[in-house]
Design a protein around this ligand. Structure first.
Ligand code: FE
Length: 131
């Protein structure tokens, strides 16, 4: 795995702008059905909005009906890391980009085969690279 990226809050804010900063660096969530990619069906790769690491392939994307881009597996288990999130009175598993710590979304155990996982990811945390 490549080296981790560390930047100051001011550097991330300047790079990302307010809305993306709020989601990527402060763990925010975009409103359902408002992001760029929830309904994107094109082939390609979704990379981290902060550091450009490849995170999800379009071949693992599916329509979960949630209004957020949903995937049943990451490109590589090493590219993300998970952490328990107990905010808002819920216990959820939060997903970060391992390289830069970008908040991506959460993973739930109600996804489709073969993994049974649903990576529920903010569009704002991703950039799409069409293939
Ligand atoms: Fe990243």
């Amino acid at each position: 795995m490549t080296d981790r990226i560390e930047k100051s809050d001011a550097e991330w804010r300047a790079q990302l702008g307010e809305e993306r900063y709020r989601i990527c660096r402060e763990g925010g969530t975009e409103r359902a059905f408002t992001g760029k990619y929830w309904d994107n069906k094109a082939p390609g790769i979704y990379v981290c909005a902060c550091c450009g690491t490849a995170l999800f392939d379009a071949t693992a994307k599916y329509d979960s009906g949630s209004g957020w881009p949903s995937f049943w597996q990451p490109v590589d288990a090493q590219c993300i890391e998970c952490e328990t999130d107990t905010r808002y009175g819920m216990t959820r598993t939060e997903v970060h980009c391992r390289r830069c710590g970008c908040h991506l979304g959460h993973v739930f155990e109600d996804g489709p085969p073969p993994t049974g996982l649903r990576y529920c990811i903010n569009s704002a945390s991703l950039d799409f690279k069409p293939s």
